[in-house]
Design a binder for this molecule. Structure first.
Ligand SMILES: [Zn+2]
Length: 451
């Protein structure tokens, strides 16, 4: 007799995941994430409830222990905070800081469902999707982003980009992923859950819950974590190849839920934006300082880095940070809402270069500025040397977020030897542009670059 051949499906094996190319170091991920997290903590209403935080940290710690060795970066520090916000959402920043909305915990049916979202977020961090995305050049260069996080927003924008209502400029920069990254985060997330002792199918369930919430609550998460297609089945298929190791459930989920239900309701995104506005995060009131002095004819030379010598009007002060600012008194100031206003003067920074084509790299830089300055309009550009090097100066108009008045901007760029882009951004009110442009031109001609 002939033995019947039993055809079984091909044996399920766990998906092998490879991290994308990344030209940034893990230490850079950490730096970006830490700076952004500090801003988010200032701008968002943190729940700050010891008991709830402790539980989220317990769950998070177990998941982090489940990260496969190849994706466990020594430098990364995973932290977990709960935001007192109603909309279902969660996000994690490069290098490890994670923020979970209270609405996410309230919408979940089990601890493992919350763990599912957290495992997904941890996977984005471990796979370094934020900086991998920047490496691909899909998004804007890191140097300028760092500058923006530091509060030195180019183009006269009041307040840090994060302070701008619900725009969360940086958030959308690092927290919006493509479908390929989503697939990876789903699969690695499932693997991390199983290794940590949670059933990965619960992640699939949570995504179903999020999609079902719809309305004003669901889409926020889904817009930054788009469904790569067939998400639910793909996660369950991966889950079938995984063995859940032990049981990580803390048994505290119900206690946490009860505690939350005893508190005043979480704030909505609109309420949070309104509060930020009240505290000066976003200004609609003209706060233009009076009597900002015109550029002095006398000059003063600074040597801010090893490779730069810059001569500016003597009544401009240098302010440090990732992006240097040279401004007269009143032209660059703290707006009281945790941000800064920049209406008169010059900023100097370095952006990660890439294309080798100065026009293209400059366009990308300006597109980055436009993200936090929606009224930025180009008025043409011209070849102009910068410190004796081939350079490009682009003139733009903008509406100052601080004054609501028209301002003129000149963005000048040139390459450093390492391929990065040195940029100068001159800003002044439209009606003072002539005086300022003359000063900017002198600076461009006289600066010395010795990299
Ligand atoms: Zn995602």
């Amino acid at each position: 007799m002939v033995c019947a051949v039993v055809v079984v499906g091909e044996p399920a094996t766990q998906t092998r995941i490879t991290a994308d190319k990344n030209k940034y170091t893990p230490a850079q991920d950490v730096k970006i994430g830490q700076e952004a997290a500090a801003e988010f903590k200032k701008q968002l209403p943190m729940l700050d409830d010891g008991r709830v935080d402790e539980w989220v940290e317990d769950v998070g710690r177990q998941l982090v222990a489940g990260i496969p060795a190849e994706f466990a970066h020594r430098e990364f520090r995973y932290t977990f905070d709960v935001v007192n916000q109603k909309e279902i959402n969660a996000f994690a920043l490069p290098g490890g800081p994670m923020f979970l909305n209270r609405g996410m915990i309230e919408a979940a049916k089990t601890e493992a469902e919350v763990a599912g979202v957290m495992a997904h977020e941890i996977s984005h961090v471990a796979l370094r999707h934020g900086t991998a995305q920047a490496t691909k050049g899909e998004k804007f260069q890191i140097g300028a982003i760092l500058g923006q996080v530091a509060g030195a927003v180019i183009g006269g924008t009041a307040g840090s980009i994060i302070a701008q209502g619900s725009q969360f400029g940086l958030g959308t920069y690092f927290l919006k992923f493509g479908r390929e990254a989503e697939t990876q985060a789903d699969l690695l997330g499932a693997q991390i859950m199983a290794r940590a002792g949670y059933d990965p199918r619960q992640m699939a369930n949570m995504f179903k819950t999020i999609e079902a919430e719809g309305g004003s609550r669901g889409p926020e998460f889904l817009s930054s974590h788009p469904n790569p297609g067939n998400r639910y089945n793909a996660i369950n298929k991966e889950a079938a190849s995984l063995k859940v190791q032990g049981n990580a459930d803390t048994g505290d989920f119900q206690t946490v839920r009860q505690r939350l239900s005893g508190m005043a309701p979480a704030l909505t995104a609109e309420q949070i934006a309104a509060n930020q506005k009240k505290s000066g995060g976003t200004s609609t009131v003209s706060r233009r300082p009076v009597n900002v002095e015109l550029p002095s004819a006398q000059e003063r030379t600074y040597r801010p880095g090893s490779f730069l010598r810059i001569t500016v009007p003597s009544n401009w002060q240098q302010t440090g940070g990732e992006v240097l600012t040279y401004a007269p008194e009143g032209g660059f100031y703290s707006d009281g809402g945790g941000g800064t206003s920049f209406t008169h003067g010059l900023q100097v920074g370095v952006a990660q270069g890439g294309s080798g084509n100065l026009q293209r790299d400059t366009d990308a830089l300006i597109q980055g500025f436009a993200k936090s300055n929606p009224n930025l309009r180009s008025a043409g550009s011209r070849r102009e040397s910068l410190g004796g090097r081939t350079g490009l100066t682009t003139f733009l108009s903008n509406v100052s977020d601080a004054t609501r008045e028209q301002e003129g901007i000149a963005v000048s760029t040139t390459y450093l030897k390492n391929g990065n882009v040195l940029f100068l951004v001159g800003v002044s009110p439209r009606d003072e542009s002539e005086d300022y442009e003359a000063a900017f031109r002198r600076i461009r001609q006289n600066m010395q670059i010795t990299d």
